[in-house]
Write a protein that binds this ligand. Sequence first.
Ligand code: FAD
Length: 473
Amino acid sequence: GPVIVWLRNDLRLADNPALKAAIDTGRPVIPLYILDETPGVRAMGAASLWWLDKSLRALSDSFKAIGSKLMLRRGPAQEILKDVIVHAGAAGVVWNRLYEPAAIARDAEIKAALKADGVVVESCLAGLLNEPWTVQNGSKQPYKVFTPYWRAARAHLTHVEVERAPKHLQAPEHWPHSDALDGWNLHPRKPDWSKGFSIWTPGEAGALERLDDFLSGAVDGYGEGRDVPGLEATSRLSPHLHFGEIGPRQVWAAARTAAEAGDAPHGEIEKFLSEVGWREFNHSILFHWPQMPKRNFRPEFDAFPWAENPKGFEAWIEGRTGYPLVDAGMRELWATGFMHNRVRMITASFLIKHLLVDWRDGEAWFWDTLVDADLANNVGNWQWVAGSGADASPYFRIFNPIGQGEKFDPKGAYVRKWVPELANLPDSAIHQPWTAPAHLSVEAKRSYARPIVDHGRARARALEAYRHLRGNA
Ligand code: FAD
């Protein structure tokens, strides 16, 4: 019988070890994507579903082009797999591993159940450069600090070779039932939303193009450019990496090739690769501390006096806090499903420290609205900002949204784009519109919010909350 490739966050043909393993059996191959509804596995957010829809269309075309078909099913993964195996008379199932705790539990259960039924099961490494359990310190413990983690992780990566996409896939004699993608209705529910999503090209081809563009352009200057939200100086590979339309090994290999060819200074490429390293690190942390999505990595933060602040939370979500850089970021997120990394740090810090809202609420909003929503990266970064994470930014480092704006968006290019009611303000007032002379700020005064909290007072209150926490610890 045929072999099923169960595709998850590895929506690509090139350098896909599970697909290769299936081909290597010499049997017909059935590519299958399951929109999983296993209880306990966190459901995808709305922006992710938008992306998934487009990515599956692209993948489906890619399989057609090599004489195959992508099968689509929806429901609890174990039930669906059993059903497809029976109907297709399949002999085995292959997949690439995931690292979210609930997915690990699900996969382990499925593996055991299928093996008990005499089905051959194999799982492969595709989503990370290194398996989380292979990068350990001298006492055989996982690293809690990024720099030594990345040094050790890199030492494993001497010869990274990537596999090309297969040119042909052997089809089974009979295809099992597949849902129609249109029937899944994955499009956004909210009519005014996703207007700006046209910047994206989900799918493997779009991912490879982003990587090429970046390595032949913006990587030169990445070290400084990456902090400037008004520039497009980063790769924007994060959703592609999350869905596995491109694998980190492909990114690594292409970046090393670019470095060796002298396409960009080594330092810039190393800086970029170290960000890919943070992705690895966050996955390792989540793997070893599976309670991370719910609990603080540092338990002393469990005593933090979070505020009930529904009004503040609403204003934050809607981009009307009265702090231009915060509002620009939240509006970029809503319009495009993406937010620049520096602005993610500033908006997250504002929610946690200026509004004293629990980081888990912010994490949930990002989860629903980011096209790159990723459990390890989202939770890891929210805890980094909160100060409660592994190798986190210290809590008392409170971003000043005005100062950050003046430093990283000095001419207000980013703010003017996303908060158009401020577009006519002079540079000197763009990050604090309330200081603009009256005749220059008519439009701003009429349509833009006053700050919902005073920065100085909010900062003092946040530090006071932190002292309370330490008093308890
Ligand atoms: P580049 O600068 O081009 O970096 C290359 C790749 O490295 C990225 O595609 C990404 O995979 C990885 N990377 C970069 N920065 C980080 C980082 N800080 N942590 C982990 N990996 C990183 N990233 C997500 O992929 N999913 C999330 O859900 C997510 N949530 C975040 C929440 C907060 C509060 C913050 C502060 C950051 C979050 N990030 C998340 C990390 C980061 O903002 C994005 O990965 C980055 O902005 C993506 O843009 P890029 O692809 O152009 O990055």
